[in-house]
Design a protein around this ligand. Sequence first.
Ligand code: B1M
Length: 209
Amino acid sequence: MSTLIDLKEAVVKGKRKIVNVIVPELLEAGVAAKDILEEALIPAMAEIGERFKRNEVYVPEMLVAARAMKEGMLIIEPHLISAGIRPEFKALICTVEGDLHDIGKNLVAIMWKGAGFEVIDLGVSVSKETVLEAIQQHQPHILGLSALLTTTMPAMREVVSFLRAKDIKVKIMVGGAPVTQSYAEEIGADAYSSDAASAVDVAKRLLAS
Ligand code: B1M
């Protein structure tokens, strides 16, 4: 009989076929979906995030681990819903208008999901008006904006100013290769994160403040 430790290990190694076997096995054995999430899937993504920070793994390993986690999540999701488990935080994320790069943004979304957030991904090249509509519809706690081009960084500033002018209270985190802490401060964002792994810690700190 497989254990939660085996499951965590399988996710860290990106062994999704094994995940697809272990998760139903654990559910069948009476392990709560919440425990599968909190004691195996989330710690696995935290572990891969730590390894990424230490340069022990790179983007491809993170992506395969994330895919394995996602498959595990798909199996336990109906069980979590029927048990009334709701994510603590809701996040909205997108790549800003004019920018089609989505790999980094997807990684941040995956890591946030891995940390137990509900994540609504608006996709790429998203206008400030669409962001506003989505905030009004979903009422997220945090908004993540990604930009990979120096030419689309100003769109980030526009979103922040637009939302602030409308007195929207959502916390805003920005990131992407050309973005820096000082740029985040300059445009009035609440936080900056340099990579997907630290995006979890930064978001948690921000949401706790
Ligand atoms: Co583009 N591209 N690209 N490209 N592309 C870059 C970014 C570039 C640096 C390449 C280069 O010239 N050396 C350059 C930008 C130069 C600049 O602005 N200074 C560039 C260019 C110029 C362009 C085009 C203009 C090329 C052209 O058409 N002439 C064009 C623009 C299209 C558009 O967006 N309108 C273009 C197109 C493309 C593709 C479509 C072909 C493809 C994107 C495919 C896709 O995303 N689905 C592409 C790619 C793949 C790249 C490179 C090679 C890789 C980007 C990537 O995915 N990195 C890139 C060069 C490079 O970086 N080596 C390049 C991996 C990813 C995991 O890292 O996205 O940085 P990254 O995300 C990190 C962090 O930044 C952070 O966490 C992630 C993980 O740790 N992070 C956040 C990201 N978002 C965050 C949000 C957060 C927090 C952290 O909080 C919310």
